[in-house]
Design a protein around this ligand. Structure first.
Ligand code: SAH
Length: 229
């Protein structure tokens, strides 16, 4: 190898690792000031939020804002949720290592990646083909081999893979899609924003016990609408 090549590649490696260090610091800050400070204590969730490179899930021009306390645009009129909301929804379903989880609304793929750090497998459905394809490529490039993707209307869930230990819905319908309730196993948890389009919705937690669901209203949120094919 020529000396110039060696010098250049060493420099590149240095700049790259400097970048990774910067992102790690931003991520640590995000977890401390936005998530722990708002009382999310679930250890597996905190660890996953410290691990997943959120900047990899936003468009290039948004990378500088990836660790800020807000949702960001990901194109096609959709958004990646605020980090705190992702952490809260993850912790509220109390994910366990053996769990199989269904997510409706893949979007950027970030929420699915956070879940995939904790559980056995994540099944995620996205209705916009461009976003579904981009997320799938991202999972491959980051080596998430336990995330399974599907393009289509998540209203119907993923019956072939049901029942699920938990279901996370990241777009807001007017009411809980019946097929999702049917695909929740006994003891399963479903977290979902319910309410009108482009307005304030209520984040709800449904728990399946003795074949019946109980509903708990958590807090007001604003998600993109749940659309239908
Ligand atoms: N979980 C995502 C958030 C994406 S926003 C993330 O971490 O980035 C919600 C997503 O739900 C959008 O991409 C939208 O296209 C998708 N969506 C809306 N209605 C849907 C439906 N019926 N089935 C599947 N995906 C849907």
């Amino acid at each position: 190898m020529k000396l110039t090549t060696i010098v250049l590649s060493t420099l590149l490696a240095l700049v790259f690792s400097q970048d990774q260090d910067d992102y790690r610091r931003l991520r640590e800050d995000m977890v401390k000031t936005q998530i722990e400070a708002r009382n999310v204590y679930n250890r597996a969730t905190l660890k996953a939020m410290r691990t997943v490179p959120r900047h990899e899930f936003v468009p290039e021009y948004m990378k500088a804002y990836a660790y800020e306390d807000r949702p960001l645009s990901i194109g096609n009129g959709q958004t990646i949720s605020q980090p705190y909301i992702v952490a809260f929804m993850t912790s509220v379903i109390n994910p366990k290592p053996d769990d199989r989880i269904l997510e409706i609304g893949t979007g950027s793929g970030y929420q699915a990646a956070v879940l995939a750090e904790i559980v056995h497998s994540v099944y995620t459905i996205e209705i916009i083909p461009e976003l579904a394809d981009k997320a799938k490529a991202k999972f491959e490039s980051l080596n998430y081999s336990n995330i399974y993707t599907k393009t289509g209307d998540g209203y119907h869930g993923w019956p072939e893979e049901a029942p699920f230990d938990a279901i996370v819905v990241t777009a807001a319908p007017d009411e809980v899609p019946e097929p999702l309730i049917e695909q929740l196993r006994e003891g399963g948890r479903l977290v979902i924003p319910i309410g009108p389009k482009y307005s304030v919705q209520s984040l709800q937690l449904l728990t399946m016990k003795d074949g019946k669901t109980s509903i708990k209203n958590l807090f007001p949120v604003r998600f993109v609408p749940f659309t239908r094919d």
